[in-house]
Design a protein around this ligand. Structure first.
Ligand code: UDP
Ligand code: MG
Length: 320
């Protein structure tokens, strides 16, 4: 087995004072065991990212950083939301770590999956996605809305791993490539599949939040879903074009129908003309908007300036 790598666990925290102690306790046990078993190096850490919390979260993190060798933290100048807090943590941690795992502060994601994630990492996988095997512990409402979210996203052309949130392992080189994605509207679970490299999944049971409340009410979830679609897919724009063609097609049927009505004398004067015009012009307008949409879609993709490719191996380098 190769030399133990340094693992950083990145945890965004927003008003999490109720859970931090328990989370710290459980993760400390886990890390100590992994270090003892020589799976990870002694320099491994848990890095809390305080996302502009309004409660005592940051004071607690400072205390924990003082008293616990394996724990440290950073804080953002204000609340920037889960995704941005995660990015801040991932990009900071990659400076110190060989491999980083991100998870939530409430430990709803089973920390025992870490072992399997690391196994896969040592077996050569650069990204390991944590996937919920079931949602037995979620409320019916959360289950339906959350699973609907994944289905709707893929319908809208966003490539994501089903039932995978932000519990994931990424190697240092993935994070280095990730830095090249400069977009401000971030939807991490869509970006990592884009980066590529060898990836695998690990299944785990999602538990209940052991304290505190969800920071993702339905409103935030909906805006998150829309963010994901609008920062990843031009499909909604393309749908305008398709709709335009459908309406135009109908306008021909309506034209036939109107003319038949007119010539069988079932109409008042001018009815056929107006009906045909409305449908035909409606369809034309829709198609025109769709065409403009296609161009906007192109501009949108250009402004993102995403890397065009990532080379994962260069055999010539190895010859030197
Ligand atoms: N979070 C954050 N900033 C926010 C909202 C949430 O850093 O503005 C963190 C939160 O502290 C937690 C994680 O994001 O660690 C996931 O939030 P939560 O557990 O409330 O979401 P749920 O599991 O209910 O979807
Ligand atoms: Mg949670």
């Amino acid at each position: 087995m190769k030399k133990e790598n340094t693992l950083y666990i990145v945890i965004p925290c927003y008003n999490e004072e109720e859970v931090l102690h328990e989370t710290t306790k459980r993760l400390k046990e886990k890390l100590n065991k992994l270090i003892k078993d020589k799976v990870i190096s002694k320099n491994s850490r848990v890095m809390y990212v305080n996302d502009g919390s309004k409660d005592k979260t940051w004071d607690l993190i400072k205390e924990i950083d003082e008293s616990e060798e394996l724990f440290t933290g950073i804080t953002l100048s204000r609340n920037r939301g889960h995704q941005n807090a995660l990015v801040a943590g991932l990009l900071t941690a990659k400076e110190y770590a060989d491999v980083v795992i991100s998870m939530d502060a409430d430990l709803q994601d089973d920390i025992n999956a870490i072992d399997e994630m690391l196994e896969k990492y040592y077996a050569g996988f650069d990204i390991v996605y944590g996937v919920r095997s079931s949602r037995k512990k979620d409320t019916f409402f959360k289950k339906v809305t959350a699973e609907g979210f994944y289905k709707f996203m893929s319908l809208m052309g966003v490539d994501i791993v089903f039932n995978h949130a932000d519990y994931r392992l990424t190697s240092k080189r993935v994070l280095c490539e990730f830095e090249g994605y400069k977009e401000v509207n971030l939807f991490l679970r869509g970006i990592f599949p884009l980066i590529g490299f060898k990836s695998d999944v690990v299944y785990y049971e999602r538990a209940e939040r052991f304290a505190g409340e969800s920071k993702y009410p339905l409103k935030k979830m909906l805006s998150f879903a829309w963010d994901g679609i609008s920062s990843f897919s031009v499909k909604p724009l393309r749908m305008i074009c398709v709709l335009g063609f459908i309406i135009l097609f109908f306008s021909f049927i309506i034209m036939l129908y109107s003319l038949i009505q007119k010539f069988t004398g079932n109409t008042v004067d001018g009815w056929a003309f107006i009906t045909i015009s409305i449908w035909f012009i409606g369809g034309l307008q829709m198609i025109s908007i769709g065409i403009i949409g296609e161009y906007i879609g192109k501009i949108y993709n250009e402004t993102k300036a995403r890397p065009r490719f990532i080379i994962s191996e260069n055999l010539n380098e190895k010859k030197k």
